[in-house]
Ligand binder design. Sequence first.
Ligand code: ADP
Ligand code: MG
Length: 741
Amino acid sequence: MSNSGSNPRFNAIQTVSSRTPNGSVAPRDENGAPLKISDYYGMNTFSQKQMKQKLPNDIFKRFIQTAQSGKKLDIEVANALAHAMKEWAMEQGVTHYCHWFQPQTGTTAEKHDSFLTIDGQGNPIERFSGAQLIQSEPDASSFPSGGMRTTFEARGYAAWDPTSPIFFADIGNSKTLCIPSVFISYHGDALDEKTGVLRSNEALSESACKLLHLLGDTSARAVNASLGTEQEYFLIDRAFYTLRPDLIMSGRTLLGAHPPKGQQLEDHYFGSIPARVLAFMTEAETELFKLGVPAKTRHNEVAPMQFETAPIFEEANVAIDHNHLTMEVLKRIAKKHNFEALLHEKPFAGVNGSGKHNNWSMSVTAGGPEIEGINLLEPGKTPHQNLRFLLILMSTLKGVHKHAGLLRAAIASSGNDHRLGANEAPPAIISVFLGNMLDNMLNEIEKDAHKELSYVEAVIKLGVSRLPTVMKDNTDRNRTSPFAFTGNKFEFRAVGASASCSLPVTLLNCAVADGINEIVVALEERMKTSKTKEEAIFAVVKDVIKETKAVRFEGNGYSGDWVVDAEKRGLPHLKTTPQALHEIISPKSIKLLTGLKVFSENEIKSRFHVRIEIYNKKVLIEGETLQSIVETQILPAAYQYSTVLAEGVAAAKSVGLQAPQTEVLSKLYQVLGSAQTELKKLERTIAQIQSMESEEAKADKIAAELKPTMDALRKECDQLETMVADDYWPLPKYREMLFLA
Ligand code: ADP
Ligand code: MG
């Protein structure tokens, strides 16, 4: 007897096997010739080029000045700008506009209004004013505020952030002008993720300029964090996706037995991209190019059906917006190709999870020609540039060392817990990898720290002047480090694939700003007694090397020994999200963030509460989903199959024989029994958690009890999957989801 005809899983396999790649969507000119990327790059954005064309010269200049100064736009400029924008947008068929912002949900939000107005004579006309451009008041009382707003003053304002380009979203038959915005409360509190990025960038700029001035680079006026995000994701066919309630509800497989083949052959990494996937990537990138997102690199990642897209780096604020757009475009275009793009940090157990490496550096965005455009993490060519680089490097080490716990909190989420701190995953310890040569150099400097080595002696002995060549040769990569120096930037690799980069960048900016500020104070002090500035700088560098030694780790971050070593070094090891999140509200973090005027104490607490609640909700959704899958799909399949076996056993008995399947049947009953026991425990735990008042207590219980119970139940179900006849198993299996496309 076969069950395959009625099993939707088999139909899905058939559907998937007959798929073909979607045709090309490459944009073409009116004669049908293919366009170059540069021909249509940014065509859906209201860029400065568009502005310049559409605006009177003086208005354009005034806008640029205001945008650079960060001051409020005056209404005359805003009106002219809004008018030009509306004209341009309507030429493209845009009918609506919205303020596009990042509430604390981790995603983006938008509420559309049409340009339509009825004029005094009752005629319909299109209108868009400066006031409408600058600000809107969405009825946004349902966004999480972590207790910052009570509902009677639930008003939140979305205000245009002119540092990020305006674009229009072209989805289906509708085109909507999107105005990148911050979202703040009536009292000016940050209700969103972007405000922190902007404020932290100002703090970083201020401290970096102070340091630069002290070093003699007196023309530096502004420094900006740069960011390049490497976005990893999985694709699976939608025919499979729709049969997996766990993927639909939680973005990851809550159960599924491992196939014999995972990623051990390493035959997927950088392999040739499957044709259907390439068709998807091409369309997604075309969309991104139109939106002015500089998508650059695409390749297969380590796990089967895992891929990556990486852009050319940009100013952090813009790069963050562009990463949000990238995630949105990946998800949307994947569907058109009958794929589901999974951005979850660990969609499948047993193979690699997905991260989003945040490549971070800082460059001078305003200053004299000798310094503007310089990446401060680039060693440079002259001794002066080398020393500046060393100090910036030391500031980063200082910041990461002092605020390692806070940076761990920045990347904490229920999804990322599977990548850091879980069973198969590396420990959740923030350490810095510098690469062999740089590490050796710092060790040498440290070794001589007790000697009164003059700067000139040091330069010769330690080869500080060799820095540029050192950097060029610094090609060794340590993929196990959560925070690695890679030549002229740091890679904050611990960020999760589905996360917004906003909080990680905000807190990293703050940590480094703090490091710089401390170095400025130390340097000023040293300069009072040192013979030369170089001597003073060198002395400070030596001190910081000693102080930050604990956070530097060149070894294998995934090894068990590292956990022991790190604990001896006193580095924070915060295994779960609830543990990590408490770092946000530690006195040290509050002092840092309020001191830099990035967040008020209220805003900090709000971030903590919102994240705890999201953690609770997400894991509870997973728990309930698992419960329902087991009750309504897994157990019934196992019962059904056990009935078939039992019938065979009974039939054999009736003719006086012992059926060979008796053994399988009794094992099946045994595993079924254990599964049922774990299921009851799961139900009980969920009910207990739901009846609790305090969100913090809930979170602790979820981490300590609910998650282990889910794991235990999964183990039994995965065992059932290996026992129940294939045609009785309802859920698409790992071997199908990961290897059929
Ligand atoms: P990898 O070998 O890690 O893929 P890449 O050179 O391809 O390294 O860079 C990865 C990402 O880092 C890209 O998004 C790139 O634009 C970005 N990146 C390169 N230089 C910088 C920089 N100075 N600051 C920030 N990001 C950078
Ligand atoms: Mg990288």
